[in-house]
Design a binder for this molecule. Structure first.
Ligand code: B1M
Length: 283
């Protein structure tokens, strides 16, 4: 039986500004056995410190203790890299430090990917994903691609800095039901719009459900550019993708009903989270 550890909570990460001992004092991962809580904080600090030589060791230790790959990605790996982002924003970290932390994430994902893909259920559809032109960030997109594969999709990942014409080529070749654009920079998010315009101009819009995601992306941006779905994280992106190829498969890309159905999925998730939080509070 894999260990169940809460990762959906919006944790306070202030301790990550200080040191490992401060992290051990917080109530984050308190539902895990003591040695796993410690291991999770070690992994967070490993990513923050960019000590990539040790990352795989921590990951393997956690897997041996029956922690799932998903828990590691949504848990300590997510909180560790979030703190790296904060430090970068506050000019406490510069590119070399961020690159070391990114290396930790990549090494961990290389170990976890086969485990996630092994969960692959029956084939449900095809997705083309890529990080838009000018943007080199791919950690989040890789996670989304892995989770989609585990959910039964064949995923064609076009990589980073993908120009619109490469998306078009891949759409013509692989005939996906869904295309997803990732963008992490405010200066490249506009390429999602540009790529969508090219898709429309090529007459492919109605055949495709268009997903957008990445740190600066929001539902408002998704609405503004006329995309079908915003994926705040990999889990919600997968839920929406599954709905697109099953109960909503008859709706065309760009249809208002599709857009509304995607918002319903967000609402359902918020309600489920609120219910879980209320139940935890009562318990
Ligand atoms: Co960069 N970087 N970076 N960076 N970097 C950010 C994005 C930044 C917010 C940092 C900061 O200031 N706090 C900032 C952008 C600011 C802005 O635009 N407003 C920034 C900057 C400025 C830059 C450079 C310009 C720095 C420079 O050169 N001066 C440069 C740009 C290079 C380029 O792209 N042309 C740069 C470079 C880099 C590195 C190469 C060092 C490295 C990337 C390594 C790599 O990806 N291979 C890097 C990193 C690691 C980051 C931060 C710290 C972490 C990003 C990350 O991996 N997050 C980041 C800070 C931050 O995001 N807060 C930052 C973890 C990941 C799991 O989350 O990607 O959001 P995320 O993915 C999530 C969801 O967004 C969603 O699901 C994922 C999983 O849950 N999602 C999708 C993502 N894509 C989706 C697609 C979908 C659906 C959902 O549809 C299919």
């Amino acid at each position: 039986m894999p260990l169940q550890i809460e990762t959906e909570k919006d944790f306070d990460l202030e301790d990550l500004q200080y040191d490992f001992e401060d992290s051990m004092e917080t109530d984050r991962w308190n539902d895990a056995p003591a040695e796993i809580k410690e291991l999770f904080h070690l992994l967070e600090w490993n990513i923050i410190d960019g000590e990539h030589g040790d990352t795989v060791g921590f990951i393997n230790e956690a897997l041996k203790a029956t922690v799932t790959a998903r828990t590691l990605i949504a848990g300590p790996m997510a909180t560790g890299i979030a703190e790296v982002g904060r430090r970068f924003k506050m000019d406490e970290y510069f590119l070399p430090e961020v690159m070391m932390s990114a290396k930790c994430m990549h090494e961990a994902l290389a170990v976890l990917k086969p485990l996630i893909i092994a969960e692959k259920s029956e084939e449900v559809g095809t997705v083309v994903v890529g990080t838009v032109q000018g943007d080199l960030h791919d950690i989040g997109k890789k996670i989304v691609a892995m989770m989609l594969e585990a959910a039964g999709f064949t995923v064609h990942d076009l990589g980073v800095t993908v120009p619109p014409e490469k998306f078009i080529e891949a759409i013509r070749e692989h005939k996906p039901q869904i295309v997803g654009f990732s963008a992490l920079l405010t200066t490249t998010m506009n390429m999602q719009w540009e790529t969508l315009k090219v898709i429309t101009a090529e007459g492919l819009r109605e055949e495709l459900k268009v997903f957008v995601g990445g740190a600066p992306i929001s539902q408002a941006w998704c609405d503004k550019i006329g995309a079908d779905a915003y994926g705040a994280d990999a889990l919600i992106a997968v839920d929406k993708a599954k709905a697109c190829v099953t109960r909503l498969s008859n709706l065309k890309g760009g249809a208002p009903e599709l857009h509304a159905a995607m918002l319903d999925i967000d609402r359902e998730r918020e309600e489920a989270k609120a219910e879980a939080a209320a139940a935890a509070g009562a318990g």
